[in-house]
Design a binder for this molecule. Structure first.
Ligand code: AMP
Length: 285
């Protein structure tokens, strides 16, 4: 597996792949890789003959009071995991490589970035959209794979690729979970053992809403309440619980099979997110 730290190195490698008519996939990450990230690598391998993983803790997407400084980092471990998962290259730039002195350009997806995580984390999605655009322009991959765990992010990336006319197909991959249902996340490492025990409550609330929906409940408030019960029972502090249309992310008046329930909650100081489509296919693991 090839390690790349600079933009010219990426350009050279991608040009080589292109000359060989190889199909290229990109998996953008912030590292501290877990099974969720590695499932994206495997999905990328199914869709392309060369897979690059980017590992970059993007300072632009962290607010001033967020966890940029303490975000988990394990480059050598990540490189080994990428290699074992079959990636062909890892791109791990320093911030100055992507943000030259005087950097003054950003990408903003206007409506989709409002509400949900966009409202709680001002500037977050501008940072995400800017770095993802830079990576998509740099690699110009045939396909880029993102997780559905960060559902609003996935919708924003789909939108920007379409709006900017980028030649990359954006693929959303299923959420990978721990055996107890907790969505895998680099931030799970922040949880104390006691917090970790309560953390599946986001998923429990979402499953309760799915059961109610399957039993015929269509009232958005009743479905929200069902999600809130396990959160409260486990001492989680709700950040938001919302029901939106899965494509437009507009609020729903009445729940439908295509409604997505999205949750963000603090377990202690750790903010976790999860989501479920109410009438969606059930996935285990
Ligand atoms: P991050 O490193 O947190 O920026 O995540 C990088 C990519 O991995 C994003 O597209 C995430 O949505 C995806 N991802 C993170 N956790 C999971 C998970 N549990 N299942 C599937 N994809 C995930």
């Amino acid at each position: 597996m090839i390690r790349l730290a600079t933009v010219p190195e990426v350009r050279t490698l991608v040009a080589e792949w292109r000359r060989a008519s190889l199909r290229v996939a990109l998996v953008p990450t912030m590292g501290a890789l877990h099974g969720g990230h590695l499932s994206l690598v495997r999905e990328a391998k199914r869709r392309a003959s060369r897979v690059a993983v980017s590992i970059f803790v993007n300072p632009l997407q962290f607010g001033p009071n967020e966890d940029l400084a303490r975000y988990p980092r394990d480059l050598e471990g990540d490189v080994a995991k990428c290699s074992a998962a079959g990636a062909d290259a890892v791109f791990h730039p320093e911030p100055a490589e992507l943000y030259p002195p005087g950097f003054d350009t950003s990408v903003e997806v206007a409506r989709l970035a409002k509400g949900l995580c966009g409202e709680r984390r001002p500037g977050h999605f501008r940072g995400v959209a800017t770095v993802v655009t830079k990576l998509l322009v740099l690699f110009s991959p045939d396909v880029a794979v993102f997780g559905r765990k960060d559902y609003q992010q996935l919708k924003i990336v789909e939108r920007l690729a379409l709006d900017l006319g980028l030649p990359t197909e954006i693929v959303g991959a299923p959420i990978v979970r721990e055996p107890d249902g907790l969505a895998m996340s680099s931030r799970n490492a922040y949880l104390s053992p006691e917090e970790r025990r309560g953390a599946p409550c986001l998923r429990e609330g979402l499953l309760a809403a799915r059961r109610l929906f399957a039993a015929g409940e269509r009232d958005v408030e009743k479905l929200r309440e069902a999600i809130l019960i396990p959160l409260a029972a486990n001492g989680a502090r709700m950040d938001y619980v919302e029901l939106r249309d899965r494509d437009t992310l507009l609020p729903e008046r009445t729940a439908r099979a295509t409604t997505i329930a999205l949750v963000a909650a603090f377990i202690g100081r750790t903010r976790l997110i999860d989501n479920e489509i109410l009438g969606g296919e059930m996935r285990v693991g």
